[in-house]
Design a protein around this ligand. Structure first.
Ligand code: ADP
Ligand code: GLC
Length: 480
């Protein structure tokens, strides 16, 4: 039996701001339980839904010296769908209405979390063979495992993995401050360890010290070794190439299943979508006050509204796009300029554009089910889960060929009768508009072809099945 502990800043169903939570919450359940005991540790945030907080039971607590004070560390636990979750509790650090906010304070609290997570292990009767870390928030865990936690029997031989879900965010601040928070010695603050461009960088620490590195698609694993996508760490990632692999994300096929989804108007599957899917479109038109017209090409966007997601391309052609027979449904939050941009077009084209600037699990499912197409023109995309959800719901993705989008959406080829979506290569608004118009023509003029694209998309398997096998291989390689 191998023990694996996931340490991360979010996990569904307890707390989610993006795809990281989907992965950390759903992957652990996909391993063969005869050989693997995979558990998850995240902070207990005040902003978690009460129903989840009510599920947690107190396990233990201790005090830890951190940043000049002795601080309370509580450990709570619950079993959710067969998986053991642990929650690190400290009301000072994990209060607030969101998991993240001010970056400096985030750095302070996630270094606290990383140390507390390791310190808690000897007390909770779980000794991992592998600690699997995710993103910059847990970047110091591999460092600590080679440093202050190395002595003593408990931690001896414990391996670590870091998975990069997004290289853009690295947890960077000046050396002096991070030295104070982390308690690490000068030895670590040099350019071949935590230092990067004169500052200290938590993700870099993870990449340097982890025994293995993964990221969430094959293409992104290649891209991050180049200057354009490397975010300043391309040299390091080249150097660690031997220990770096790309494993494409999956999604939870039970949670995202148009045949059983409780949020959507009318359930359907790969056999019945031709007749039934349209009822979801009609219901959404009604709900959001859009024109009730089956012939309108309904495009969905469910996304963080940030530069990463290519929202500026959309802004650039919104007016032009709205001259067509389209409906555009947006669900997302993020940068104010983008939120206001969509609000503006909602005001300007009331029965064509619906801007929903908030977070809603329910509406997201209704959009995946209702739309004809799903737009994701990302500047970069480590993996992307929304396009996988769209494929699962028979909603045709229109994507830019980057990262995981390139690995998971096969462009339509009308001559060979192949493909599951539409794509474009360059980060160019009119190239994107060209792809949208092409999709629209197939939708309008060649319905049978369109439906075959959906057939192929719904026949794809992006459940965790095959990816979990790749993680299994990696765990077996690290701990034979
Ligand atoms: P990222 O992690 O970069 O934000 P992903 O495509 O990997 O992108 O995952 C995004 C996840 O967050 C998907 O599950 C998507 O449905 C969900 N999501 C994003 N914005 C919202 C929102 N406003 N409301 C509900 N779900 C959202
Ligand atoms: C990040 C990436 C996204 C990926 C998700 C889960 O948030 O932006 O592409 O799907 O992590 O790995």
């Amino acid at each position: 039996m191998k023990n694996v502990l996931y340490v991360a800043s979010e996990a569904v169903p307890f707390i989610k701001t993006g795809g990281l939570a989907d992965v950390v919450g759903s992957l652990p359940a996909c391993f063969d339980r005869r050989y693997f005991d995979v558990r998850v540790m995240i902070p207990k945030y005040m902003c978690m839904n009460q129903e989840y907080k009510d599920m947690m039971q107190y396990l233990t607590h201790f005090y830890m010296d951190y940043n000049g004070k002795s601080r309370y560390v509580g450990v709570l636990e619950t079993k959710y769908e067969g998986i053991q979750f642990y929650f690190i509790d400290n009301e000072e650090y994990f209060s607030g209405d969101r998991p993240y906010g001010d970056i400096l304070y985030d750095i302070e609290k996630f270094i606290f979390f990383s140390r507390a997570a390791l310190s808690a292990l000897p007390l909770i009767d779980f000794k991992p063979d592998i600690v699997h870390c995710h993103d910059w928030q847990t970047g110091l865990v591999p460092v600590y495992l080679k440093d202050s936690f190395r002595g003593g029997d408990f931690f001896r031989g414990m391996k670590s993995i870091i998975t990069i879900h997004n290289l853009k965010f690295q947890g960077t601040w000046d050396v002096k401050t991070i030295k104070r928070f982390s308690g690490l010695s000068d030895y670590y603050f040099v350019p071949d360890k935590l230092e990067a461009y004169k500052d200290a960088n938590l993700l870099k620490g993870g990449i340097v010290f982890a025994d293995a590195i993964t990221t969430v698609s094959h293409t992104y694993a290649q891209e991050i070794k180049t200057e354009f996508y490397g975010e300043g760490l391309d040299g390091l990632l080249q150097a660690r190439d031997h220990d770096l692999r790309g494993i494409v994300n999956g999604i939870d096929y039970q949670l995202y299943d148009p045949a059983t989804d409780r949020f959507i108007e009318k359930n359907y599957d790969a056999k019945t979508f031709r007749k039934e899917k349209i009822r979801n479109k009609r219901a959404l038109q009604e709900q959001l006050g859009l024109a009730k017209d089956d012939g309108k090409f309904m495009i969905g966007i469910v996304s963080r509204l940030t530069g990463q997601k290519g929202i500026d391309l959309i802004a650039y052609i919104m007016d032009e796009l709205c001259q067509e027979e389209v409906e555009i449904v947006v669900l997302g939050t993020g940068e104010e300029q983008f939120e206001n941009m969509f609000r503006h077009f909602d005001w300007k084209y009331g029965d064509k554009v619906s801007a929903n600037i908030y977070y809603s699990e329910e509406l997201s499912h209704r959009i995946y089910a209702a739309c004809d197409a799903f737009l994701m023109p990302s500047l970069f995309e480590p993996c992307g889960l929304s396009q996988l959800m769209s494929l699962r719901y028979g909603t045709v993705p229109i994507v830019r060929e980057t990262g995981g989008l390139k690995d998971t959406v096969e462009p339509y080829n009308e001559y060979e009768g192949k493909g599951t979506g539409f794509s474009f290569v360059n980060y160019n608004a009119h190239e994107m508009l060209g792809a949208i118009r092409y999709a629209m023509r197939v939708f309008r003029d060649r319905k049978r072809e369109w439906n075959k694209i959906i057939d192929r998309g719904m026949a794809q398997d992006f459940s965790w099945h095959s990816s979990a096998r790749e993680y299994t291989d990696m765990y077996d390689w690290l701990v034979p």
